[in-house]
Structures are given as C-alpha cells and as structure tokens.
Design a protein around this ligand. Structure first.
Ligand code: COA
Length: 500
C-alpha cells in the first residue's frame, strides 16, 4: 500500500493528508455547497458520497450538489434517498432523483453545461464550500490528475474554500497526459480568446493546480469506473443513423462538406451509438470529433481510420471498455484529449471550429422547436446538458428522435412543443426513422411541410396536416390554433394516447 501510495501521491505536502471517507464526510455542515467531479458516471468520487449518504441516513442535514453532469448511484441515488440533497445542478439522469425533483423534494436548476463555471466565477451561485474531486494521481508539482472526466472540476478546485481529493488507487496511471486543463480568466477586457484553433493543440496543464493548504483531506478508493449500458441499434435507431449518414453524404455531394465532414459532436445514447457504428462502413475519413462525451464507438472509429482525433470532457464507456481502459488509454493517448466542459462546450470554440452537432430530442414541433428536457412540458427528464451549447453555435444543428414513443402512443412530432429548449432558429435538421427535414433556409410554413411530410409517423400525419391546414386559415408567420396547440398532450393525459 505504501509503495502504491507513493506512486500516486508524488508530492510530499499531500502525503500526510490521508483520512477515512467517514472523517471527510463528517466535515460537511448543513447548508454547504459541494462541487463534485463527475460527468456521465465517469470521474466521480464514489466512497465519499456514499459515506455522506450513510451519515445522512442518521442525521438531519442538507447540501447543495453541483457537478459536471450526471453522477452514478452513490451521489445521485444514495444521497438523494438519504434526503440530503437540497439543490442539484446542472444536470442529472437518475430515475430516483428525477422522481424527487418532479415531486418537489429536490430543487433542481437545469443549465447549459458551459454556463456553470461562468456563473460560479461571477459569484451568482454562491460559495463552493468543498470541492470533492476524484484523482488518478497527484504529481510532483502538486497537480491533481483527474480520472475519466474533467467537467467542472477545475473551477470547483479554484473557487472552493476546501478541497477533498478522492484518490482512486485502481485508476489507470495512463490517465496522466489525457487531460488539457485550461481555465479562462474572468469575463472582461483581459480574458482574450480561448486559444483552441485545432482540436489537438494543447492549451493547458495535464492536471488541476491546487493550493496544498486548501486540501483538507485525501480519501482513498478502489472503486472501478461505472459502466454505461451499451445500446445495440434496433430497427428504428439504425434507420435514423442511416438517414443521418445519408444527409451527410448529400452535403458532401453538394460540395458543402468534404469527406472529412466538420468536427462532429454527438449526444449519447442509442441513436448516437448507431450513427457512430454506421460511420465505420461509411466513406467519411479523417474526421475529428469535438464532443462532450466520448463513447465506446470512438475507439473503433479511430481503428477504422474514420476518426483521426477526438476531444471531449468525459468518457461514457460500456463494461467491456471499462475493463480495457488502461490498454486503450495507452493505445489512443495521442488521439484523445479531455478539457473542462466550459472549453469543450464553449460557444466561441464551437463557432470557430464549425462543429456539426447532433443531439436527441424528446419532442419537436411542426415548426422545428425542440424540447429536450420536459415530458409533456412539465416533468423533468434529465436536463438540457450540452445540447444548447452546441446547437446554438453549431455549423449544422441536427436533432434526432424516433417519431413515436411508448409503443406509438406518443408522437414525438407535435403541433407545439410543450417546452422549448431549442427554438427553431437553433435547429437546422430533424431526423427520425421516417426521414430527414432540412429546414435551413425555410420559412416556418415551409419547415412545417418538410417536418410533417418527412419526419412524422404515418399514424399521426393526417391529424398534423389537419391542424396545420386549419391553423393556416387563421394566418400568422407561424400559424397556430392556440386552443388546440397542446390538445395532443391533453389527449395523452386523458386517454393514454395522442391518437385522435
Ligand atoms: N414524451 C414522453 N416520453 C418520451 C418522449 C416524449 N415525447 N420521447 C421519448 N420518451 C421516453 C422514451 O419512451 C424513453 O422512456 P423509457 O426510459 O421509459 O423507455 C425515454 O423517454 C428515453 O427515450 P429514448 O428514445 O430511449 O432516448 P434516449 O435514451 O436517447 O434519451 C433524451 C432521449 C432526450 C431523454 C436524452 O437524449 C436527453 O436527456 N437529452 C438532453 C441532453 C442532451 O441532449 N445531451 C447531449 C448533449 S452533449
């Protein structure tokens, strides 16, 4: 253990700081705000949040929990179940916590993932009492080497009054060198540009600078990274992927893109996986991926010569890839880089690089407004994540969705989106298994024709057309019958189906 510890903690100022998770958890007081590392289940502390949840099962206190994005069971489930989360932000994806948010038991602020760091810097989100950061090592210079995500960790460490490092003794040493930590100056005259011109250019440090005096304790962990489910494509997700790839091919044929496409951002989940695996057989070559999360498929695409470089802020990997991580990190070390989420999702960088984004919608309306977050306009699903950071600033903003949900009882294309995360100004292309609507350069009425004709499920086309034709009789740039705009959702609530 001592040898291992000396390998992992290479700066002697940190060596005498090791404490138990229980002791570190005992330092947290009612009302404190914790900024925790972690993004899509990767790179998060595991034993500290579990110890805090255990304490919460016997004691009455609440904390505010800020993270990079969604967390695994210790933080987002055990702590929620223990009743110790007052406020959660900026993103989550846990079913138990979701229910508590929708019941009003947990306050939730859903935020563009590039905004959190800026608001912390501006002082809008209050003080960060503790940063709790999973680390693979602490270097001779005292840099914290993160594990499988960077997320908001640099800003948490910079701004927090105290830092707790959860040192993961099983984290591959190959994590060292993966990260590129750059923290922008305050907004204002002297910030200058965010100097990412080519994705592979390194602009920062390999780890997070920390003042050793702020590090109150180091907790040891041997918990492995938490795998994400690997979604095998089904007929519909495969068809969406095929339609999207056909759209890219048409863009190449029309001369608007080359075979290298443009830096590509993909959301996570089933469709994203199907697209990435479809790309293996495609004619695209030497693509760079400029995403938030890198999934399994990225390694295969590098092997196939389709992807030459990938940048993100976190991994989201299946069990198989979690097991081969050390090997993969060695093999792909000069092909992958992780930056803070305020850099991977930075509007300036996205616009400069001309990123093509594709993310999944919960629902879209006939004019192209997209709802990513609220089921039937009220119940939070997960959060907007980075979809808005990318869509607003992308060269081409694409949203994908299956045309129906819940065995056809829900049409995901509706007259009026019940909550709008991405207005039609931020949406260029909508793809379902039925087809593709390219609404760039179209008026709302023209867009509606494209979306109804190309993207809607045949079971709902007739009733959408009926609505659109009657709305047009009332006139308007974006015609609606306000008394009926949400009638499909009302029918769903009353009869269990949107079908009329
Ligand atoms: N109304 C109600 N429920 C709907 C629905 C709708 N319009 N559309 C989908 N659903 C349900 C599905 O039935 C499914 O339910 P289940 O979990 O009970 O099976 C669930 O929502 C998830 O849908 P699925 O089709 O499996 O898609 P997904 O796993 O890819 O998730 C989002 C889709 C929109 C929830 C998810 O992509 C998300 O949270 N996006 C916002 C954040 C984001 O875009 N991040 C990427 C940025 S980098």
């Amino acid at each position: 253990m001592d040898n291992k510890l000396n390998e992992k903690i290479r700066n002697k100022d940190f060596l005498d700081k090791v404490v138990s998770a229980e002791e570190a958890a005992s330092w947290i007081e009612d009302g404190m705000t914790i900024g925790m590392s972690g993004f899509t289940l990767f790179g998060e502390p595991k034993v500290f949040p579990q110890a805090l949840a255990n304490r919460g099962n016997n004691e009455d206190f609440k904390i505010n929990l800020y993270t990079g994005a969604s967390m695994g069971p210790a933080a987002d489930q055990s702590m929620a179940e223990a009743g110790i989360i007052n406020l959660r932000m900026p993103y989550q994806g846990n079913a138990v916590q979701r229910k508590m948010i929708n019941n009003g038991e947990i306050s939730y602020i859903d935020q563009h993932l590039s905004h959190t760091a800026e608001q912390i810097r501006q002082g809008v989100l209050g003080d960060i009492d503790y940063a709790v950061i999973e680390a693979a090592a602490i270097t001779e210079e005292g840099l914290i080497i993160p594990t499988g995500s960077v997320g908001n960790s640099p800003i948490f460490v910079q701004e927090a009054d105290n830092v707790i490092i959860e040192l993961n003794l099983t984290a591959p040493k190959e994590y060292e060198g993966l990260h590129d930590i750059y923290i922008p100056k305050d907004q204002g005259e002297d910030r200058g540009e965010i100097p990412v011109h080519n994705l592979h250019d390194r602009i920062g440090d390999i780890g997070i600078k920390v003042d050793p005096n702020k590090v109150r304790g180091i907790v040891l962990s041997e918990e492995a990274d938490i795998p994400s489910p690997l979604f095998d494509p089904n007929e519909e997700t495969q068809q969406i992927a095929d339609n999207l790839l056909k759209f890219f091919e048409d863009e190449v044929d029309s001369g608007r893109l080359t075979k290298e496409l443009a830096p590509l951002q993909s959301g996570v989940g089933s469709v994203a996986n199907a697209v990435l695996s479809g790309m293996k057989e495609s004619k695209f070559k030497d693509i760079v991926v400029a995403s938030e999360v890198l999934q399994d498929g990225i390694f295969d695409l590098i092997d196939a010569g389709v992807v030459k470089f990938a940048a993100g802020t976190a991994f989201s990997l299946s069990e198989k890839r979690v097991k081969s991580l050390a090997e993969d990190l060695t093999k792909y070390q000069d092909r992958i880089v992780f930056r803070p989420q305020e850099i991977s999702n930075n509007p300036e960088v996205i616009r400069r690089l001309g990123i093509i984004s594709f993310n999944t919608a919960l629902e879209a309306d006939i004019y192209g407004n997209v709802n990513s977050t609220h089921v039937s306009g009220t119940r939070m699903m997960n959060g907007i994540g980075g979809s808005g950071d990318f869509a607003r600033n992308a060269r081409i903003a694409i949203f994908v969705t299956q045309s129906t949900a819940k065995d056809g009882k829900i049409s995901t294309i509706v007259p009026f989106a019940t909550h709008v995360d991405h207005t039609n100004h931020d949406v260029d292309v909508i793809v379902t298994e039925q087809g593709t609507a390219d609404i760039r350069g179209l008026t709302p009425r023209q867009a509606a024709e494209e979306i109804i004709n190309n993207c809607m499920h045949p079971d709902y086309k007739e009733q959408a057309r009926d609505y659109f034709e009657r709305a047009k009789e009332l006139g308007g740039q974006t015609p609606h019958i306000l008394s009926e705009a949400f009638s499909w959702h009302e029918a769903l609530a009353e009869n269990g189906t949107m079908k009329k």
